[in-house]
Design a protein around this ligand. Sequence first.
Ligand code: ZN
Length: 350
Amino acid sequence: MRRCTRCVLPETYPEISFDKQGVCNYCQTWTAPISPLGPEKLDAVLQHYRKGNGQLDCLVACSGGRDSSFVLFELKERWGMHPLVFNYANGFVASQAEKNLEHLTRKMNVPLLRVESKRHIQEKLFKSFMALNAQKSRAHVLNQLCVGCRNGIWGGAFKVAAEQGLELVVFGESNMESMVFRRILARQLEPDFTAKIKSTISMPGNFVQRKIQEQQLNREFPLHSEKYKHLVKLNYFAYIGWDETKILETLDAIGWQAIDRRSAWRFDCQIHALGNFLNRQLYQFTEKDELYSKMICAGIITRAEALDKIRLSQAQKEQELATIASLFEKSKIKESLRDKVLGADVLQMG
Ligand SMILES: [Zn+2]
């Protein structure tokens, strides 16, 4: 497969073009992300909230995955904060992520609060969207896999912080994670008015169900509320540069484990395995190709290193399929719907 000669984006990446030297349009228009604000500025913010007497002074949202585990560790050990750890249990959390979270919080002696949606609304939403989108295309399924989690993660964190009287809410999301590919896909699949009406009529029961479930989740974990007005939201990586090597070294030293260290990114939710699988089936690449391309442009890794990492992640298909099989089983998704979503490759699942 042809790839950009500077980054590693493949020819199957949406809206890609190459110049005479084989350099892609994304490389040509790439602009460096805004530099992190730095440790002094971070300390100035934290100083304002730090209690230093063992009392809780902030909330940190942690999935048990790589980046948020690192942020939790840094907050406690490097910056002397005493965080309440908030974890949104969306019903699809990988067991290794759960173990990490328990291990880390015990080791650091910080309280962990796991919150899940009452009546499993998140799981129900996942199923309703899958049924609706499978009718349209597999690309539609991929486009709306993560529906509802924003409410749980952000809304849930705000809600708990407000209830616990904590004003500072810390997240660990790097801007490397924001996928251009996702935005292009969403735009390409955005239905026009007629298509919306058509899809509503085709599955009226599903439409009503989804609307109710979305409302329930939004009522349970609202993203905006008067009660949140005083909260300060801090993204750790806006201050301290995101550095994959340093993150992995830190986590290794404290006994944090990924299913596979080489592909530690986004293993924390089982749904990501399905996303990866569909991405690869439909477009012959995954989010990693884009992440590594950005890392090349930012001078974090070389092109050769990126190609190595991609090769390694491709070798993990077996693990991915096992995760997907358990995801479908647990969600009690009908065989016919499963086959539609997975396509012919379902045969390999045994
Ligand atoms: Zn490129």
